[in-house]
Design a protein. Structure first.
Lengths: 120, 120
DNA sequence: TTTGGATATCGACGTCCGTCAATAGGAGAG
DNA sequence: CTCTCCTATTGACGGACGTCGATATCCAAA
């Protein structure tokens, strides 16, 4: 897997193509297919009630470990892991492994990009 | 269908529950399940490359009729009709029937709501 | 009224997604 | 090393979604 070692080994440094979302606001000019696909992928990651609540919980706490998400979201551990993975691949979350725990943070710049493309 | 007659008969005046999206920004406080579901529905409507390009085309022209969408989106007429319906039910588009044609416009307030909830 | 064109609905098909049980991988404690 | 706990992956199942052909509905022009 050609793991590139980092400070504490961020688990989604590899295999994650967080595309730049650099298109103009969609209210300004028609999106081409490539930009539309990239934007749709990020929106799809957020278009799930469990993932939205997950993001809001992480944002509210600043940093949250996976084990603290099972109870408030009422989902099994594999399902939580699935959702954090989807959000990380969309660039909305970043995770850092510390000891046995994985700590998740939101990426505010990603949400800023979204707000910009949504037509300001 | 108990059609309520309007000025020129807006086709999605009926059966469309455009919920208010009145929750606080998701970066401020955890979303409850109801708000998360409402937000997820709107995001899901936008989380499709064809619908994103559709919205951007309508926004760029200010007003567009369905028949002008088949060619640029390269989709069949039923598919276009399906997508406009989904976007209208999400409150992103409004349609007005004039003669034989349906003219679509974006609802800028809806995008503003989205930007607000996405954390500003 | 009849005809033609624009839009909406229906039914079907293939694919993708959310979910969980079972299992594997990893890291600290003893 | 072994044990235990936390996280990730796999495989499977049911439901939702995008798409199109066929059909229905609606409106205006002739």
């Amino acid at each position: 897997m050609t793991a590139r070692p980092t400070a504490h080994g961020s688990p989604q440094d590899e295999h994650v193509v967080v595309c730049a979302l650099g298109s103009a606001p969609l209210t300004d000019a028609p999106l081409d297919e490539e930009d539309a696909l990239a934007l749709a992928r990020v929106l799809a990651a957020l278009a799930d009630p469990v993932r939205l609540r997950l993001v809001s919980i992480v944002a509210a706490h600043g940093e949250v470990c996976s084990c603290d998400l099972e109870i408030p979201l009422a989902r099994s551990q594999p399902t939580i892991s699935h959702h954090t993975r989807v959000l990380a691949e969309a660039g909305v979350l970043v995770g850092e492994k510390r000891g046995r725990w994985t700590w998740w943070q939101v990426v505010p710049e990603r949400l800023t990009e979204l707000r910009r493309i949504l037509g300001g």
